[in-house]
Structures are given as C-alpha cells and as structure tokens.
Design a protein. Structure first.
Length: 429
C-alpha cells in the first residue's frame, strides 16, 4: 500500500527537525567541554607558574589541600616518593585520571632551576558531576524538542496537505456524465487554483465531446433506421404481389432475415453507444437455438464457412432471460473472429453455466489480451501501428455486450495451440 502525502511530509519534516536538534546538542556538548578544558587548563597553568616562581625563590612547600595538590620531585630522587598516578609519565603532560572514585586533572612539567619535576593535581569531581547533569539535561531537552518537533511536523503537514485533500475529494466526487459540476477554485495558493482551473477546462471539453457523441448517435439512429424501413417496405410490396417463384421467395426470406438482423444489430449498437440498459426486449431464450441460428446465418452468408463450425451441447435446454439480439451479436462476433484466424474447424460448446468458443489458430496478440482482461470501462483495442482491425472491433463489441448482459468474459487459452473464449452466463432459468 502506498504511503500518503501527509505521512511522507511528516516524516521529512521530523527528520529535518531531528537532524537539527542532534547537531545543536552535539555543538553545545563540544562547546561546554571546550570551555571546561580551557578554564581548567588556564588555572593549572597559572598554578604551575606560581609554584615555579616559589621554587626559584626557595619558598616552595608541598600542598595537599582538599582540591589541589602540588609536589616537587628533585632530579636526584626516585618516583617512589610520589603518588602512583604521577609515575612513569613523560613531561610535560596534562590529563584526567580516576583515583578512588575521584576525577583528577594532573599536570607535570620539567623545572630547570632547581632541576626536577613539578606535579600538580586538581580535583574536578564536582565539575564532572555537573557535566553529567548538564548532559542529562541536554538529553531531556533534546527529547522534548523531538516530541514538539513531531507535533509541529504533523500539524504542519496536515495544514499544508489540506488543500490537496480538498482538491482530491472534489476530483473523486466528479461523476462522469453529460453534465458535470465544476470544482471550486477558491484556493489561497495559485498552484491549486491552476490545477482546479485546468480540471474544469477538461470537464468542459469532456462535456462537449459527450454532447457531440449523443448528437451523433441520435443522427445515426435516424439515418440508419430510415433505409431499413424502406427495405422492409419494399419486401412487403414484393410479397403482396405474389408473383415470385418458390426460389425467389426463399431468397426473399433470407433478405428479410438479414434485414431484421441488421435492424436488431443497429438497435444494439445504438444502445451500446448510448450506454443504455433497456429491459423491454429481454425474454427467455434457449441458447442452443440461438447458437444454431447464428451458425446457419454464418454458413449461408459465406459458403467457405460451411461445415467448419462444430457445435457441442453438454447442457440440453439451457435457458436464460436476456436480450436475443445481444446474444446473437455476441456469438456472431466470437465465431467470425475464430473463423478469421484459422482455416481449421471452430468448436463452440454449451456447458452447464456458459458457452466456450475455441479455434486452433496462432493465438491473440498480447496487447489485445491485456485490453480484454483489463478491469474497468473498455477502451479501443488497436494494433502496434494504431490500426483498428475487424478483429479488435469485434472483440471490443464482445466485451461491451458481455458487460451489458452482466456476463463474464474469460480468455481460457491463447497461444500457439489456439484461442478459447469462455462466456460465463448468469441469470439462468
């Protein structure tokens, strides 16, 4: 699952605040340590100069006060007479040592007159304890700053993302149709206003396209029905004259069936174009009869198809309440597509809950398979060169009809061994 913009922005702001806090605390720690070291170093240096002057005057006396210790080791004496933490150290030196739970800052240097070594030790335990306390305070302050930083980052992110969420809700709430309300453009930031205005322009153009499409469908409905009505009237006149031979009457019957099929198909295509779902033409049909009539029409219309369609019926008397014209168009397009892709036989099988159509050709192109399996509103299926072939048009109609009927279209197989379409039929009786 993808993270939200609010989460990403909160994480980024919190990371910046945390990095800033860590750098600030580290800088303060370095500064405190540097100040402490400088002060103690200057104090010991001043003490060393004072005791060196006393040694030169001959007034030096060893000191073992509570926090300061000063010892002079003449060159002629060994280090056994001085504390162990001074021994075996090359002069000059200055460092911290832990002795019996105390922290001492020891210093040693070489004295030329009188010749020997001067050792100083200052008890800085109190300062070290105070430094530990300061570090704990810094940790507490850093934790508090991180906590405040998280709430600041979270609140800031919510504030910054609020216009995005508002714009997203309005865009998601837009329902496609012939009349779509414009989204609000009263944003404080110019970028959001630009996005909203661009989306509104897109909606306006989309509405114009829908209006033109609806006008075209209405015009096509009139222009297509008129010649069909003329053909139907002419056929009626020929029948009323009763001057046709039996062979001509048979031919006339085929013309009337083809005309009726064309009329039904025209009505279906117009309904598909209008995205209408009419129930007035739904009735109970026997799928076996529709399948056989479709096969007969294809074989009569193209003699090359005669005998190539093999029908299997594993479920006798399969009945369903639906649109006969839609089912006929669905089957005809599937069978025509299968016949077009192979010179061998085409199998159509009726099962307990559906219909399968199989050919033994080279299989469908991958682009066609992806588009047919895609979820959502069907879109144009074209070849790599952008051409819209009879095959892709027929399969697009197949998918549109299946969605209109509420049936499921499945590509059970598509490869070198052929292609098999399975139609899962619902609302069986």
């Amino acid at each position: 699952m993808k993270s939200s913009l609010t989460t990403r922005q909160t994480r980024t702001l919190f990371f910046v605040i945390a990095a800033t806090t860590a750098i600030s605390m580290f800088t303060v720690e370095l500064f405190v340590n540097d100040v402490e070291g400088t002060i103690l170093g200057l104090e010991l240096k001043a003490d060393a100069e004072f005791f060196s002057a006393q040694l030169q005057k001959g007034d030096f006396k060893p000191i073992h006060a509570g926090r300061l210790e000063a010892i002079f080791l003449p060159e002629s004496e060994t280090e056994t007479s001085i504390p162990e933490y001074y021994r075996s150290r090359a002069t000059p030196f200055s460092r911290e040592v832990e002795v019996a739970g105390r922290t001492l800052l020891i210093h040693g240097e070489q004295i030329q007159e009188p010749r020997g070594k001067l050792f100083l030790a200052q008890d800085i335990t109190i300062m070290e304890n105070r430094e530990s306390l300061v570090q704990m305070v810094l940790v507490g302050v850093a934790s508090l700053m991180l906590l405040i930083g998280y709430f600041v980052a979270r609140t800031g992110s919510l504030y910054l993302v609020r216009p995005f969420k508002k714009l997203t809700r309005e865009v998601l709430g837009t329902v496609p149709g012939s009349s779509m309300p414009q989204i609000a453009t009263d944003y404080r930031d110019q970028e959001f206003c630009d996005i909203a205005n661009a989306f509104n322009r897109f909606l306006s153009e989309l509405e114009h396209h829908i209006e033109r499409e609806q006008s075209f469908v209405k015009l096509a409905s009139h222009e297509l029905r008129t010649p069909l009505a003329v053909v139907s009237g002419a056929l009626n006149v020929l029948e009323q004259r009763q001057s046709l031979s039996p062979a001509d009457q048979k031919t006339l019957g085929r013309i009337r069936r083809a005309m009726q099929t064309m009329r039904d198909d025209t009505e279906v295509l117009l309904e598909l174009a209008r995205s209408e779902a009419s129930e007035r033409n739904a009735r109970v049909i026997v799928l076996q009869e529709v399948v056989q009539n479709t096969i007969d029409d294809l074989e009569h219309g193209n003699p090359d198809h005669a005998g190539r369609i093999i029908a299997y019926n594993d479920s006798l008397g399969l009945r369903v309440k639906t649109h006969p014209a839609l089912v006929r168009m669905l089957l005809r397009n599937l069978l025509q597509n299968a016949l077009r892709h192979t010179r061998a036989e085409v199998e159509i099988r009726m099962t307990e809950n559906g219909i399968s159509v199989r050919d033994f050709g080279a299989g469908l192109p991958s682009t066609v398979t992806e588009h047919l399996n895609a979820v959502g509103v069907p879109h144009a299926i074209s070849s790599a060169t952008g051409e819209f072939s009879n095959t892709t048009f027929g399969l697009l109609i197949v998918r549109l009809v299946c969605e209109r009927l509420g049936w499921d279209l499945e590509i059970a197989q598509s490869g070198n061994e052929g292609t098999e379409f399975v139609i899962h039929v619902h609302s069986l009786i």
